[in-house]
Design a protein around this ligand. Structure first.
Ligand code: GLA
Length: 678
């Protein structure tokens, strides 16, 4: 049976003598590998001297892989410029905020606005595409590697010039620019465009509006380089699917725009295995990536078979967790499970990173697990034509992330990551699946939308959310939402800006709390809960108060409200409610009800439902260290074992079950089928 999933990893044969290649392909076949990413850091081998190219070794490698039925995800090598480049053109090296220039010596030390870099990158990509682009082994284009990973911001003069051009395009005139950035504050008014500089090292807080635009510009600058490479590759082989590997919640790049230009969205998922909540983070990562381009498939381009080299300590995956995490991605729609890297390096900064073929070779348990997963995935039936059953959406926006975490906020402890985890955690625990959406996209079809501290929201985005609720949707909005517009200018009046009609109250002040201080919250039925981190100071308006602060200076003020708007309703949460209170609130919301069967003791079991026209699959994954028994609908067949299941399924530690059911109701319209190779 041919594998419906991509399975493989980064393959760097340039690090090994030719004799090892033969062993590699033999082992790849044994492990069921069908795709490898080649050439991702091979610029020095492809162009050892400027303008002098060497493709012979690559032809040999591609022939060998094709003969063995192994496909290639051919990468452009532009993330690792060769030593000669910066010697010949020193200004390809980036400059930090204090004006210091980086040196060559690792990878990705690039100024993405440097003309010499752009020219040499275009040349090597063009040569690569023309020279080997038509080789039968090549199944996918892989552009660059983890854009902006090590140097998200460069502050050099090329960047300054490009930033000025960017601001000119965005604002049209200096007056508009001064207005948008509020430069009357602290005497920052510009009288000539040449005075505009990147947010370099300066004494006090940098202008947050300038900083926000620099983040937009820097994300764009990388995107322009991606588009340049994309155009070259597409010209050579328009038929090949194209991707670049994302990093999930990577702050510097606004991936929504990027994903629209990709045929398959791919990501590198490396949760810190010492974090007990890694399954939650990893699930959220998958959901984000799936949501970036809802018309395209997605895949895991990299994960580690066991340890990485850059967490501290680099905790290995526990037995079974590599498999469990792989099935989590498959459950959440992934079309491929790939690793960094195929063979563990002997030298270099990542020699102790685990790999599919470890230093110990076939004697390592990692190898055994890699082979077992490859076999199992190859035998897994085709899940194509099914989609995640997500009845709710999570709103997420990069500009909001950038602005919300600027240093001049009321509370430094308010981070997007914490807010997401706080609001996502009870849904994960309750087996409720969500899609991530940006505030500009249509929310039609979702029964509920969670709005995690959307501090920055434009009038248009606000109007979209309002019309969604007006038409019958439900919004759950957490505090510090609707505060500024897209320029980071405060909406005056009680806080909430365009979202005010959904808040049910007038938020007249905010009150960040000292670390460790807990507020007491009382629900209308007398039940008590707590809040922390932050409290809005609000006066009830047209909303119904569901819970109030019951002690201290805010006593009697509303903490949680519900407001009807058009045919829908909104819930507004004014502080960071404790887990149970939040779960209680979600319990009121259609689309966010936890699944009854997920109450303890089944905790630590992830449940994901995929539905199609004539079947549905329920994935169960046990992350706990002990057996868990889960109640399920009767009559399922576990596709991993072929066994028909009753109303209870026992999962061993790290156990996985995938239950297939004939769809009872004939299915519902699919938002987007997942698990399809493009
Ligand atoms: C990233 C990179 C890889 C490698 C791994 C190590 O994902 O893309 O080249 O450095 O991290 O975890």
């Amino acid at each position: 049976m041919s594998n419906h999933f991509y399975y493989g990893g980064d393959y760097n044969p340039e690090q090994w003598p030719r004799s090892v290649w033969d062993e590699d392909v033999g082992l790849m076949r044994e492990a069921g590998v069908n795709l490898v990413t080649v050439g991702v850091f091979a610029w020095a081998q492809l162009e050892p001297r400027e303008g002098s190219f060497s493709f012979g070794w690559l032809h040999d490698l591609l022939d060998l892989l094709a003969t063995n039925g192994i496909g290639v995800d051919l990468a452009t090598p532009t993330a690792a410029p060769p030593a000669w480049l910066s010697v010949r053109y020193p200004d390809v090296l980036p400059v930090d905020a204090a004006g210091a220039r980086y040196s060559h010596g690792s990878r990705q030390t690039i100024c993405i606005c440097s003309p010499a870099y752009l020219e040499r990158a275009r040349t090597v990509v063009t040569q690569l595409a023309n020279e080997v682009g038509h080789h039968e082994a090549i199944k996918m284009w892989h552009v660059h590697n983890e854009y902006a990973c090590h140097v998200p911001y460069c502050y050099c003069d090329y960047h300054a010039q490009a930033f000025r051009r960017w601001t000119e395009q965005r604002y049209g005139s200096l007056d508009n620019l001064n207005d948008a950035w509020g430069t009357a504050f602290w005497s920052q008014t510009y009288t000539d465009l040449s005075q505009v500089v990147p947010p370099r090292l300066t004494a006090a807080f940098v202008n947050p509006s300038l900083d926000l635009d620099y983040k937009r510009f820097s994300s764009d600058a990388y995107f322009q380089e991606f588009l340049m490479e994309r155009a070259v590759l597409k010209q050579a082989r328009p038929d090949l699917p194209l991707t670049t590997n994302f990093m999930g919640f990577f702050k510097p790049l606004d991936y929504f725009g990027w994903a629209a230009q990709m045929d398959i969205v791919s990501t590198d998922n490396y949760p810190d295995m010492s974090d007990p909540e890694w399954p939650v983070r990893s699930a959220m990562h998958c959901d984000l990536v799936r949501g970036l381009n809802k018309a395209a498939p997605w895949m895991v381009m990299e994960q580690t078979p066991s340890r990485v080299t850059w967490h501290n300590p680099n905790v290995p995956k526990r037995p079974g967790h590599m498999r469990a995490m792989s099935y989590q991605a498959v459950a959440r729609g992934a079309s491929g499970i790939m690793f960094f890297q195929w063979r563990a390096s002997r030298t270099g900064a990542e020699k102790f990173h685990s790999a599919m073929v470890p230093h110990a070779g076939k004697g390592s348990p990692v190898w055994t697990d890699v082979v077992a997963l490859g076999k199992e995935l190859a035998s897994l039936e085709d899940l194509a034509g099914t989609a995640i059953d997500a009845k709710a959406a999570f709103l997420f926006s990069w500009p909001n992330w950038w602005a919300l975490e600027a240093p001049s906020q009321p509370a430094g402890g308010l981070t997007v990551d914490d807010q997401l985890m706080w609001l996502y955690r009870p849904l994960f625990a309750g087996g409720v699946n969500v899609d991530f959406c940006q505030p500009d996209e249509s929310l039609e079809g979702y029964r509920a939308v969670v709005v995690p501290s959307l501090y920055l929201i434009s009038e248009e985005q606000g109007a979209k959310l309002l019309s969604y609720v007006e038409a019958g949707g439900t919004a759950i909005i957490s505090f510090w939402s609707g505060i500024v517009d897209e320029r980071d200018s405060v909406y005056l009046g009680p806080y909430g800006g365009p979202l005010r009609p959904l808040l049910g109250c007038d938020v007249v002040e905010v009150s960040p709390l000292p670390v460790g201080q807990v507020l007491e919250v009382q629900w209308e039925d007398g039940e008590r809960g707590t809040g922390e981190l932050w409290a809005h100071v609000a006066t009830q308006r047209d909303g119904q108060v569901l819970a109030r602060y019951s002690r201290g200076p805010l006593s009697g003020r509303p903490a949680v409200l519900q407001t009807g708007y058009g045919k829908g309703r909104a819930y507004y949460i004014g502080c960071r409610l404790d887990h149970d209170s939040l779960a209680r609130l979600y319990g009121l919301v259609p689309g966010l009800h936890a699944r009854a069967t997920m109450a303890p003791p089944e905790g630590h079991v992830e449940r994901v439902l995929r539905v199609g026209r004539d079947k549905r699959y329920e994935f169960l994954i046990n992350y706990s260290g002990s057996e868990r028994v889960v109640e399920v609908a009767e009559g399922g067949t576990d596709v991993l074992t072929g066994r028909i299941t009753g109303s209870r399924v026992a999962l061993e530690p790290a156990g996985v079950a995938i239950l297939r059911y004939p769809h009872p109701s004939g299915g519902r319209p699919l938002r987007r089928p997942q698990g399809l190779k493009p």
